[in-house]
Ligand binder design. Sequence first.
Ligand code: NAD
Length: 478
Amino acid sequence: MANNQTVDGLDTHFFNDVCKNFDHAARFTHHDAGLLDQIKSCNSVYRFRFPIRKGNGFEVIDAWRVEHSHHQSPTKGGIRYSEMVNEDEVMALAALMTYKCAIVNVPFGGAKGGIKINPKRYTEQELENITRRYTVELTKKNFLGPSIDVPAPDYGSGEREMSWIADTYATMNPGQLDALGCVTGKPIALHGIAGRREATGRGVAIAAREAVSVGEDMQKIGLTAGLSGKRVIVQGLGNVGYYSAKFLAEFGATIVGIAEYEGAIYNADGLDVEAVFQHRKETGSILGYAGAKQEFKSSGEGLEQECDILVPAALENQITVNNIRNIKAKIIVEGANGPTTPEAETIFYQNGGIIVPDMYANAGGVTVSYFEWLKNLSHVAFGRMNRRFEENSNLNLVNMVEGLTGVALTPVQRASIVKGASELELVNSGLEDTMIRSYHEIREVFKATDKVDTLRTAAFVGAINKIAVSYKNLGVWP
Ligand code: NAD
């Protein structure tokens, strides 16, 4: 398969990097070369163009949807709205989705979409037109549907865009009972799920907490176990970055640096993430935030400051051979997809660091998307049937124990024991369980397989083995 390609006259390498990592990991498996090639290849690449009205004229928009693997149905992956989007990038991100779903045991194949626009240059009406037309084009070609391919938000898109997609698809498929399961990341009022908005960032924070909880691993890189007091720099204050920083702070870490495209801020004593977020909302920039002790003109400089953990949560190719030697962090937890190039990763490990790879670290989003899809197919919110029943049972038990022992609980104790689980609590419980289990699955492969050099390789090995089993079960491979 040709890995290197030129897109719009530019040499691109993101898909090539994903394939390089795959090939490296495949050496630690025992599968037939043809099967490995089938797993690695992008099954369907749909590139299309459509016109929209802009001002007094028209503009032609470039768009893609890539379904990387059909070993499970539906396929799943976000839609990126960015003027940097190209075919190579969408293919790479679709491939990462396949491996990511396998790692966290979410039964989907991988996909990704891209719309080549800078959303800031368009009015809300124009963005709606673009999104609805994109949805129509995908529906016409059978690239969208609750059992076919289910998009979600990614860089530059969010709940608003997902609503437009759901509404357009439902309109084109009247009477289809499960139509709203055609997309996830929808607002709660439109059959979204509690906890999806913050799921990726929460998952990143849990991934970091799990990685640093293993004393033996931390000792090897000269750190103590536990998040408490760990200094963290986050790149990107969008959906993933903001929530990663928020939950890392809640779990006891100190956010010392934040980098955005306009520059970076730093304070060794800690930054108040919410205050920085509000400052950016009001002024359009993180620079000028009163609680910062240092400011840097570029996002890149921000990554090179003193810290223990670096969370790149903006875009790919941020950590390369050009800056890896200047990174002070001992742990990189990849919130973004593909932020570290393979060459930079090798150097980082040689220098005694570890990387918690994107395919695992940012899988919280697709995990909760899976819960949302299940909710849409079952047409009932999680907890609706059993919450009150659980509360009544718990209440009976508490009353009985109080009666038998003569010990009366305080109202707060009573409320915390009696309470039945809400949808948000169930979602967060499922997310936490998934992130913790998956980390240890990866770590087991890392420890048990001779010469597996990175957590990423271990994650790939586990994913390849699971996908290979699917193909074999489908009878596609002997
Ligand atoms: P977003 O659009 O909400 O936020 C991205 C942020 O990064 C923006 O604030 C932007 O200004 C900032 N940014 C852009 N270039 C930058 C630079 N050079 N330096 C610093 N900041 C920069 O996007 P998002 O949804 O948070 O996605 C971020 C990354 O996480 C992407 O790689 C995406 O594929 C990945 N991801 C997102 C999700 C999700 O659920 N949204 C799930 C998994 C992975």
